[in-house]
Design a binder for this molecule. Structure first.
Ligand SMILES: *[C@@H]1O[C@H](CO)[C@@H](O)[C@H](O)[C@H]1NC(C)=O
Length: 277
């Protein structure tokens, strides 16, 4: 009996350690803490990858500020603290990021918020270091793909970089694309057709993302196209075509192109007009 209990405690401690070693606590603004400085939090958050289970620590003067979590980008943009999701005001608050997606934080001190005291973080699923076990028949949460991996979303050295990146992966319904980029330089336009994609046509996007860190959910099977609104960058290869497969157990054999389709594609690629400068 005693042995069983001790065994149980041991396992419990191991589990807790495993859980807490991987989660990180980020002090918002580092030594500056939570205060008003234009652009500070944008730069602070930009190079970090927040994962489910990580925490944010806000340090500030509780007499003049608080941490107001809001639900939408609009409330964040307009410093609207009228219907907060949560309010913290001890001056030393630790907020655990329990779900993936965007989390918006402002201060209810309006002038301070307008002066830049606001933070948006994009939280992704925890990536276990060994990839998920091989028999992946069901994808309950989907996978997160960081577009371009370390190159992120920026003009690549090789113009076919993103087509190679995309071709060597299998995207499924439920997966997410994460675009990280310099929002002063590029953005992400989603467009509808192969023709627009080939000609870098930015005139009728179906969605525009420009936060510098954007999450795009792949919600249904089919092909999706992403480009940047900078035409010269798009022509240099900053464009992504993603084939989203249905959530199914069948292996990719059937999805592969037949020799005839490949020939048609080759014709298409070889004889398409090249843009003149
Ligand atoms: C807002 O912040 C400023 C600067 O810290 C402070 O002077 C002011 O009293 C604050 N306003 C409120 C309503 O707390």
């Amino acid at each position: 009996m005693a042995t069983t209990t001790r065994m149980f405690c041991f396992v419990l401690v191991m589990v807790l350690m495993g859980c807490c070693c991987s989660a990180k606590i980020y002090k918002v603004g580092d030594s500056k803490g939570w205060t008003a400085k234009h652009g500070t939090y944008y730069d602070w958050a930009k190079r970090k990858e927040f994962q489910v289970g990580d925490s944010l620590m806000f340090q500030y003067d509780g007499n003049v500020n608080d941490v107001t979590q809001v639900s939408s980008r609009l409330e964040y943009q307009f410093c609207n603290s009228l219907s907060p999701k949560a309010v913290y005001n001890t001056g030393h608050d630790v907020v655990t990021l329990t779900e993936p997606g965007y989390h918006f934080f402002i201060t209810s001190n309006h002038s301070q918020c307008v002066a830049g005291q606001k933070l948006v973080v994009l939280v992704v699923h925890d990536h276990p270091i060994p990839p998920p076990p091989p028999p992946r028949k069901i994808l309950p949460f989907g996978k997160d793909y960081k577009v371009g991996d370390s190159n992120e979303w920026r003009v690549p050295e090789e113009s076919d970089f993103y087509s190679k990146w995309s071709e060597e992966k299998q995207f499924h319904v439920g997966d997410n694309l994460l675009f990280y980029y310099n929002d002063q330089v590029d953005d992400v336009l989603e467009i509808n057709s192969d023709l627009e994609f080939k000609s870098c046509d930015t005139t009728s996007p179906v969605a525009v993302h420009n936060a510098g860190q954007d999450l795009v959910r792949l919600t249904k099977p089919g092909v999706r196209y992403f480009i940047t609104s900078k035409t010269s960058h798009c022509e240099a290869g900053l464009k992504l075509r993603v084939e989203v497969r249905p959530l199914s157990k069948t292996l990719p054999k059937k999805m592969q192109l037949s020799p005839f389709d490949r020939f048609i594609n080759w014709l298409h690629e070889s004889f398409r007009p090249h843009p003149h400068h």
